[in-house]
Design a binder for this molecule. Structure first.
Ligand SMILES: Nc1ncnc2c1ncn2[C@@H]1O[C@H](COP(=O)(O)OP(=O)(O)OP(=O)(O)O)[C@@H](O)[C@H]1O
Ligand SMILES: [Mg+2]
Length: 383
């Protein structure tokens, strides 16, 4: 049993600003919890406070109801895997994995049993007599994991454990870490700046920005109901398209692609004649024939095509030629007379169109997001 409560935790480094500000969340027993956010947002600092490598300036961290702020790191029963792996180069794989157990003065036979068990789980059996210099990046990563799991800690803390690996190995190790965590059922906090890693691994995800939590939820909640423009832009790849727009009479959203009736699920009374930012994900554009009924349709010119085999992403500029389209003067580039708006849209990969071609596109108005143009806060739907 290991439940971690982070209660209004802040960190200020000497002479610096706040690296972490009033962060509050609970990691449930056995949960795979992700801290994600851009470089410098405070992920590692928060992890170091949890494991006891950094003091906590304000707030409290509790493990199963007990305050651990002042507890020595070695008494916390947590194991951390660092980005650099921090293996001992002069020790073999076996000695590296056994190291924390030797430190804890476990009997020799128990150490051997646990190392062999960890080596079995991580498929390191054939490598136990090698030195780290004779291992690949993925193998070193597994040794670092092995050293963490032999201790049978209550809590696993992993700081960007896959960032040194090539793309293919990263995907493979990601799957292995997920399977291992499920199998061991150990409460895990995993730090990454990669939203894909966060989405596929996390039971829940906390997205940080400048030391502050922006949103906590399941990957699906963050994807479907981002609380603000930052979350909306960070989660999802390629990123959500953002467009400045105005709400005109009769709740018509005036977009560079033409007007779009606002879905009634939005809080229409709060939106009257406002400037908003509209968010549309690349996957919510469709070819007109494949779009849900009554989807708005517009013309666009392709300026770039990215073919990925299973997907085709087109970078397009809306062409204000569709009947009813309204030119939004601020969005027209003065030099070219073209809309200064580029949308990234996902279309079927077998579409035979390329740069310079014009096409009709539709988007699913039921899937759009609206944000306050001043604060970036999301106007969430009422359902
Ligand atoms: N020892 C330190 N002294 C002063 N400032 C620090 C120290 N460690 C980190 N910081 C600052 O605290 C903020 C958060 O740093 P932190 O390392 O936690 O970010 P991060 O989210 O882990 O970033 P990255 O993804 O690059 O690893 C940064 O602005 C950083 O410059
Ligand atoms: Mg870091």
């Amino acid at each position: 049993m290991a439940e971690i409560v982070i209660d209004h935790v802040s960190k200020r480094f000497a002479g610096g600003g706040w690296a972490v500000r009033k962060v509050t969340f609970t990691v449930k027993d056995g949960e795979f919890f992700i801290l994600v956010g851009p470089s410098g947002c405070g992920k590692s600092t928060l992890l170091h406070m949890i494991v006891g490598l950094e003091d906590i300036t304000e707030g409290e961290i509790r493990l199963d109801g007990q305050r651990i702020n002042e507890l020595d790191p070695k008494d916390r029963n947590m194991a951390m895997v660092f980005q650099s792996y921090a293996l001992y180069p002069h020790m073999t794989v076996r000695e590296n994995i056994a190291f924390p157990l030797r430190l804890a003065k476990l009997p020799r036979s128990e150490i051997k049993r646990r190392v062999d068990e960890a080596a079995g789980i991580l498929q390191l059996g054939a490598l136990l007599d090698r030195k780290p210099s004779d291992l690949s990046g993925g193998q070193r990563q597994r040794v670092a994991m092995g050293r963490a799991i032999v201790r049978r800690p209550q809590v696993f803390l992993l700081d960007e454990p896959l960032s040194n690996l090539d793309a293919r190995l990263r995907v493979q190790m990601r799957t292995e870490i997920a399977a291992l965590q499920r199998r061991l059922g150990i409460t895990t906090i995993y730090v990454t700046h990669d939203q894909t890693e966060a989405m596929v691994l996390g039971d829940r995800v906390a997205l940080l920005r400048s030391g502050e939590v922006q949103q906590i939820g399941t990957p699906k909640q963050l994807y479907e109901t981002p609380r603000n423009e930052f979350v909306a832009g960070f989660i999802g790849s390629p990123a959500m398209n953002f467009l400045h727009a105005e709400i005109g009479d009769d709740n018509l959203l005036l977009l560079p692609m033409g007007p779009c009736p606002l879905p009634a699920s939005f809080p229409l009374d709060r939106l009257d004649h406002r400037n908003v930012v509209v968010g549309i994900r690349p996957e919510h554009f469709h070819l007109p024939g494949a779009a849900p009924p009554a989807s708005p349709v517009f013309s666009a010119e392709i300026i770039l095509a990215e073919w990925l085999g299973a997907d085709l992403y087109l970078h397009v500029q809306p062409v204000p030629s569709h009947p009813g389209a309204r030119e939004a003067p601020l969005l027209i580039e003065p030099e070219t007379g073209k809309p200064g708006v580029v949308l990234i849209v996902r279309v079927p990969p077998d579409l035979r169109l390329g740069r310079g071609d014009r096409m009709e596109l539709a988007y699913d108005a039921a899937k759009i997001h609206l944000f306050d143009a001043d604060t970036g806060e999301s106007f969430l739907r009422n359902h």
